[in-house]
Design a protein around this ligand. Structure first.
Ligand SMILES: [Zn+2]
Length: 96
């Protein structure tokens, strides 16, 4: 990481996770509501702060900055760590 960049000026919002996550999930998770395991904040995945300077993507809580989600795309695998999200509410089409 460039030492001149602080964490605050180097992130994107969670909407940028839409593309990478669409390769794994059939639904758009940027519209899901997650709960941070650190501080309990509930909010849209799209409001997470996403850092792409690690090998992969690291999404942090906008309030406490705990890591909520990590995604690393390898050559033929995706590694997804959700241990920082205590729950995800995912919008779906109504069940028949
Ligand atoms: Zn938090």
């Amino acid at each position: 990481m460039d030492a001149n960049l602080t964490r605050d000026d180097a992130y994107s919002d969670g909407n940028m996770l839409g593309g990478p996550l669409s390769e794994i999930f059939a639904v758009d998770l940027t519209g899901a509501v997650g709960r941070c395991a650190g501080c309990g904040l509930q909010g849209p995945v799209a409001q997470l702060r996403v850092y792409d300077r690690a090998p992969g993507l690291v999404a942090r809580c906008p309030r406490c900055e705990q890591v909520v989600l990590r995604l690393v795309r390898g050559k033929d695998t995706a590694w997804l760590d959700l241990h920082g999200a205590s729950a995800l509410t995912i919008p779906l089409a109504p069940a028949p």
